[in-house]
Design a protein around this ligand. Structure first.
Ligand code: B12
Ligand code: SF4
Ligand code: SF4
Length: 345
């Protein structure tokens, strides 16, 4: 049955698959998660502090009663360097996972198909339940992926699949089916510290631990309103998200890129626009523009604020007039960023 599940995951186009026993203890990971919260490293992401106990086990009413296995999958989004080099400047200021359409819908559709297949492995006498999860439940996805032997956790905190790198998204199907678990892979970073050295905001207090409050991904995606003044310059040319600790990683340099144009290729909308053009748009126009893209998570005001940081860093004189207008914006974050950027010009 394990072989059939793995084969089905492959047939659906997932790049890697691993299985963990739902009984595997996450005590060590849970303690790390608790320490992360205690240190306030989650910043304003209040949802991370909710359902604390649910993150310890998937077997229960919060995820799935009687869960026996966690099928973990990886979906890659890394494209070839040549292809990325042709991305518009606007697309290049967006983290790679977010240049195309929102991955959640696409991943969810495929995970639902995998869950439906898993259910067919049950019988009338022994029915099987299966629940697909695509970044939408309170579980420690990376801890499960590591338990499943999908990959190992690198010093940048990301799951790295040898041969495929870390530029991948993770999803799960939790099931009552008892499958054969995989073996965890030993960490392979060795003495390398490239990701830690590459981080523009020194967001890693120590290897494997990320202070999310300092992470550009948090600042440009999750954080609403003002950004603390000592971090504004470090946001630099990141309009949405950050890949710096992955771009620096040798496991990504040696990974073979995706060969196809698909949902991870930049949306056509990014082609005709420059970041400076975003400053001329109303929030309603930005909402329309980012509609089915991951950028909607940042909110239109957040996108405007981040665009101010980018043009300020680039000292783009074309932005001068728009920045003056935005320095009276209703959103405090936009006001602050526009004034900062105008100063830079
Ligand atoms: C909140 C969140 C964020 C926050 C906080 C990130 C963080 N490190 O906590 C912010 C907004 C900053 C963020 C950024 C990014 N994220 Co995010 N994020 C999440 C989310 C929703 C929850 C993470 C969480 O619970 N954090 C709390 C910490 C304590 O838990 P953890 O991150 O799992 O940490 C584990 C390790 O640090 C490890 N650990 C800690 N100490 C030690 C020590 C040793 C020795 C070892 C081995 C391990 C270890 O134990 C922890 C528990 O397992 C997950 C999805 C999910 N439900 O898990 C996606 C997720 C982690 N994000 C993802 C992605 C793609 C990103 C970005 C690359 C996006 C981007 N390009 O901008 C960046 C990468 C930043 C980074 N270096 O981690 C992917 C990661 C895929 C992968 N290959 O690992 C996930 C899994 C989403 C998904 N379904 O694919 N993210
Ligand atoms: S995503 Fe960027 S800011 Fe966040 S830890 Fe990695 S390099 Fe640092
Ligand atoms: S850059 Fe080096 S230390 Fe960081 S995750 Fe990659 S191999 Fe590990």
């Amino acid at each position: 049955m394990t072989e059939r599940v793995v084969a089905k995951a492959r047939e659906l186009g997932f790049d890697a698959v691993g299985i963990a026993s739902a009984d595997a203890s996450l005590d060590v990971d849970h303690a790390r998660y608790e320490a992360f919260l205690e240190a306030g490293m989650h910043g304003t992401m209040g949802y991370l502090a909710e359902n604390r106990e649910a993150r310890r086990s998937v077997n229960g009413p919060h995820i799935l009663m009687g869960a026996k296995s966690v099928i973990c999958i990886a979906q890659r989004y890394q494209r070839s360097r040549d292809e990325e080099a042709q991305d518009s400047p606007l697309a290049q200021s967006i983290a790679r996972y977010a240049r195309g359409s929102d991955y959640h819908n696409f991943l969810r559709r495929k995970l639902r198909k995998l869950a439906a297949f898993v259910r067919t492995l049950g019988t009338e006498a022994a029915p099987v339940s299966a629940r697909p999860l695509a970044d939408d439940a309170p579980i420690l996805e990376r801890a499960w992926a590591a338990r499943a032997g999908l990959g190992f956790v690198g010093k940048n905190g990301l799951i790295i699949v040898p041969g495929l790198g870390s530029m991948l998204l993770i999803g799960e199907v939790v099931t009552t089916l008892d499958l054969l678990p995989g073996t965890p892979i030993a960490e392979r970073c060795g003495s390398c510290t490239r990701c830690l050295d590459a981080c523009p905001t020194n967001a890693f207090p120590k290897p494997f631990v990320l202070d999310a409050q300092k992470c550009i991904s948090y600042l440009t995606i999750e954080k609403r309103g003002e950004v603390s003044s000592n971090l504004m310059a470090a946001v630099g040319e990141h309009l949405f998200g950050c890949d710096d600790c992955q771009t620096a990683c040798p496991f990504n340099a040696s990974a073979r890129p995706r060969a196809v144009k698909d949902q991870f290729s930049p949306r056509s909308e990014w082609g005709g626009l420059d970041v400076v053009d975003l400053l001329q748009l109303t929030e309603a126009q930005i909402a329309d523009l980012v509609g089915s893209s991951p950028l909607k998570r940042a909110t239109p005001a957040g996108v405007l604020r981040n665009a101010c940081f980018v043009v300020g860093t680039r000292k783009d004189a074309r932005a001068r007039e728009a920045l003056v207008a935005l320095s009276c914006h209703v959103d405090a974050g936009v006001r602050q960023a526009a004034r900062w950027a105008a100063d830079k010009l």
